[in-house]
Design a protein around this ligand. Structure first.
Ligand SMILES: Nc1ncnc2c1ncn2[C@@H]1O[C@H](COP(=O)(O)OP(=O)(O)OP(=O)(O)O)[C@@H](O)[C@H]1O
Ligand SMILES: [Mg+2]
Length: 253
């Protein structure tokens, strides 16, 4: 069963067409990786799913709610409908974007308390469980600036999970990390995948794409040029553009 369906998304910035008719479905419990060259539109796609950008046209179905982007673009969609969708979508970025003036625990309880009105005690209880899950219980009262990059990114993941999302979007979440911290974040993402979290993951980590994600989509110039089981797309790509991209990437390792 599809958790998220995107149909024929088009997005331009001025005269630059960034998404040229993207159709994609993500099944419940599925991990789908998106790979592709810089500028091919991967982040824009995630930002459209999270309604941080509005495509000119296309549709999205997400846990029973459907959204016509042409309506959103014309302001015909209620803010409350958009907000309801957004609260069910967790997003983690390359730059961790933690609130610097809040402690680790306060970062994690902020949205549940202030966006969904969860009682503070309950939010703290949930946050403590999540911090234990990401291995950072002892940092609950620390300021974000005192944490390593890998730790900050794990807090960012805990913060997104605190809203009990139906899907998690990850945009190059290990790209800004020192190499020795990449593993701890990828391990956490692998653990989430094993627990059945639905995940849409933009990544340069070919090992993660191949071994953790069920399917991989190769993005080329705003279109999905190839999609299929990760082992096929990464092991025996059919599209010449995918082949060239993988040759370039793998030869740099
Ligand atoms: N807000 C914006 N205004 C204008 N152009 C933008 C905007 N956001 C993205 N673009 C352009 O859209 C294109 C796609 O950008 P996007 O960030 O989606 O690529 P990407 O595949 O995520 O690349 P990377 O691998 O470098 O992160 C790029 O040419 C970018 O410059
Ligand atoms: Mg990007």
């Amino acid at each position: 069963m599809s958790e998220l369906e995107l149909a024929d998304l088009h997005k331009s910035f001025g005269s630059l067409k960034v998404l040229r008719g993207v159709t994609l479905s993500v099944h419940k419990g599925e991990v789908l990786s998106i790979i592709g060259a810089s500028g091919s539109g991967k982040s824009t796609l995630l930002r459209c799913v999270n309604l941080l950008e509005t495509p000119e046209s296309g549709r999205m179905e997400f846990f029973g709610q459907s959204l016509d982007f042409a309506d959103v673009a014309c302001g015909r969609t209620r803010e409350s409908d958009k907000e309801r969708l957004r609260t069910k979508i967790g997003m983690v970025f390359q730059s961790f974007n933690l609130w610097p003036h809040l402690t680790v625990l306060e970062n994690v309880i902020e949205a549940p308390v202030h966006v969904t009105g969860m009682p503070k005690d309950e939010a703290i209880d949930t946050a403590e469980k999540l911090l234990a899950k990401v291995g950072l219980s002892e940092k609950r009262n620390a300021w974000p600036s005192t944490l390593s990059g890998g730790q900050q990114q794990r807090v960012a993941i805990a913060r997104a999970l605190a809203m009990q999302p139906r899907i998690m979007l990850f945009d190059e979440v290990t790209s800004a990390l020192d190499p020795e911290m990449v593993g701890e974040v990828l391990d956490l993402m692998k653990q989430l995948a094993e627990e059945g979290m639905t995940m849409l993951v933009v990544t340069h980590e070919m090992g993660f794409a191949r071994h953790v994600s069920h399917r991989t989509a190769f993005f080329h110039k705003g279109e999905i040029a190839e999609i299929g089981p990760s082992r096929s797309v990464l092991g025996s790509p059919q599209n010449p553009e995918t082949q060239q991209f993988l040759n370039r990437v793998l030869n740099h390792i």
